[in-house]
Design a protein around this ligand. Structure first.
Ligand SMILES: Cc1cc2nc3c(=O)[nH]c(=O)nc-3n(C[C@H](O)[C@H](O)[C@H](O)COP(=O)(O)OP(=O)(O)OC[C@H]3O[C@@H](n4cnc5c(N)ncnc54)[C@H](O)[C@@H]3O)c2cc1C
Ligand code: FES
Length: 510
């Protein structure tokens, strides 16, 4: 039961950031570059382009930083678990080296922006560790540490890991960073807005037309631009190619009041179940984040149990007190492990995309944004080819030991209806159920006060039937991962329109 879970169902980052209040787009506007999506990728690209003399308009469907970026762990690092072993095995050491360089450059770019723009986002230099508890994992971290060092990265193997439980050893990258991601992107937005550039919130892109100019339509206004960057995490306006060459992966986080002594550094385990750890102080209060329980959206499992397992890990192994916040989110992972950056399709002329950030988008998304900004003002970029979004990826088998790092793609278009058979028409307060009325599937939710909200259960992306996620109180689509609030509002794409309201009539309630 969600009511029995401890902690508020909101990310620590969103709970501790001030709100933003940019206007929505209500006129037609001409700019050099339109950016769709106010997360780390879109805002980084927008600021780089503004600094290069372009006029830019960012349109964000909700509020700046409330997408995946607002639900991140907050590590800014080029050590992505065992990524170098994985990429060198799949693509060769040169690609692994370039990936590392792009991510290191992203860290330093973020450091410069924070300093130049005076962004107060808890920017902090830390060491980041990938740790091993078993012999098998120890071999993997030794191998990763040696390979990453050969690739020129700040990597060492260490048996001295400052965690409050015993581990066998770890790869350690020094001079990595952690940030309050929402405060960071809010700072980016402040730097973008003004001087002929704009940030618009509550302005969802509804249609996109390539050409000269490109036209982006929202409900009350449109942008005309030379180029558009689609930075909506899962691409808006994609006709399926990225759904085929990537997959979504969801994870959960619990933020608890820290015990003492406070942890230092950021961590991820090699052993399963994978656990991600970060300690942070915000406005004088100390928290420890424990993340993990990753899975693909089409295999939801018991979300409440996932939070309970993370809470138990945090309490038992990290010595934390009660959980204060819990949240989940998902990111897109390309089948070959590299982000997609560049044209939306080989036929596009002025529509560009950033996606496939593999759950490391604070750096991958920043690097991707810089690649695109370079390409839009005609500068060569050393990472553009590696990230080329129009490539046909090779999804070679991933070594068994690395499989949880980058899962091989499974069936992407399983359109199954899994309604709750025999469920009462009005669920218990706080719960939801899909009911069938003469073949029509209706998603019915009763809020904690017992008020009923009912919407169509048919996902507005490609028509699968949504399922109720009890722990997060959301309607989740098992096909390509769209998520909707209980009133039907899109939380995460690929769907871009809300679930239609579907009030239940008196007869239907009988
Ligand atoms: C559990 C978890 C933990 C993670 N931890 C880390 C970490 O520690 N370090 C790290 O580097 N990465 C981490 N990541 C990954 C990282 O958070 C993401 O890769 C990154 O935040 C994605 O940024 P984005 O700009 O692509 O997406 P978003 O932040 O989702 O931004 C896209 C924006 O587009 C908006 N939008 C969508 N559709 C439209 C539309 N039609 N019109 C207008 N706007 C639209 C959305 O509202 C959203 O705000 C994690 C990912 C997960 C799942
Ligand atoms: S049908 Fe594709 S996300 Fe729902």
């Amino acid at each position: 039961m969600s009511g029995m879970l401890q902690g508020q169902a909101i990310s620590l980052w969103l709970a501790t950031a001030a709100g933003t209040g940019y206007p929505s787009l209500s006129t037609d506007l001409d700019v050099d570059v339109a950016v769709i999506g106010g997360g780390v990728a879109g805002l980084t690209a927008a600021l780089a382009l503004k600094r290069a003399g372009q006029s830019v308009a960012v349109i964000e469907a909700a509020r700046v930083g409330t997408g995946v970026t607002g639900h991140t762990t907050g590590k800014v690092t080029s050590l992505h678990r065992l990524v170098y072993t994985e990429l060198a095995g799949r693509h060769g050491p040169d690609t692994a080296r370039r990936y590392g360089q792009a991510n290191q450059a992203a860290i330093e770019h973020i450091a410069r922006v924070v300093s130049d723009e005076g962004i107060d986002c808890g920017f902090r230099r830390v060491s980041n560790f990938t740790y091993a508890e078993t012999d098998g994992a120890l071999n993997l971290v030794r191998q990763e540490a040696a390979l990453a060092a050969r690739l020129g990265l700040p990597s060492v193997f260490t048996a001295d890991v400052p965690l409050p439980f015993a581990v066998r050893g770890a790869v350690r990258f020094d001079d990595q960073v952690q940030i309050h991601a929402v405060r960071y992107v809010q700072g980016l937005a402040r730097a973008v807005d003004g001087g002929g550039s704009f940030v618009f919130e509550e302005s969802r892109a509804l249609a996109l037309r390539d050409g000269s100019p490109v036209v982006v339509a929202t409900e009350r206004g449109s942008l005309r631009a030379r180029d558009v960057i689609v930075a909506t995490n899962v691409p808006f306006g994609d006709h399926g190619s990225f759904a085929e060459k990537s997959f979504l992966h969801r994870s959960y986080l619990v933020a608890s009041r820290a015990g003492s002594p406070q942890l230092e550094g950021t961590y991820i385990s090699v052993d399963e179940p994978m656990r991600s750890i970060l300690a942070v102080e915000i406005d004088g209060a100390s928290y420890v984040l424990a993340g993990g329980e990753g899975h693909r959206p089409e295999e939801p499992g018991d979300t409440a149990e996932r939070y309970r397992r993370l809470t138990a890990f945090s309490r038992d192994r990290l010595g934390t007190h009660e959980p204060l916040f819990r949240w989940s989110t998902q990111d897109s992972i390309s089948v070959d492990g590299l982000p997609y950056v560049g044209l939306m399709s080989p036929d596009s002329t002025h529509i560009h995309v950033i996606t496939g950030l593999r759950k490391w988008g604070l750096t991958n998304g920043s690097a991707a944004a810089l690649v695109l900004a370079d390409s839009l003002y005609g500068r060569a970029n050393p990472w553009a080819r590696m990230f080329d979004s129009t490539r046909t990826p090779r999804a070679e088998a991933t070594p068994a030991a690395l499989q949880s790092v980058s899962l091989p793609p499974g069936p992407q278009h399983v359109a199954q209806a899994r309604e709750d058979e025999g469920a009462p028409i009005v669920p218990a307060p706080g719960e939801g159920a899909v009911i069938d009325r003469d073949g029509e599937r209706i998603a019915v939710y009763a809020d904690p006060a017992g008020r009923v909200l009912s919407v169509s259960a048919t996902c507005t992306h490609l028509g699968c039937i949504v399922e109720f996620n009890l722990a997060d109180a959301t309607w989740d689509c098992p096909c390509h991962g769209s998520r909707f609030a209980t009133d039907g509002t899109v939380i995460q794409g690929p769907a871009s329109t809300n679930l239609a309201p579907r009030p239940l009539t008196g007869d239907e309630l009988l």
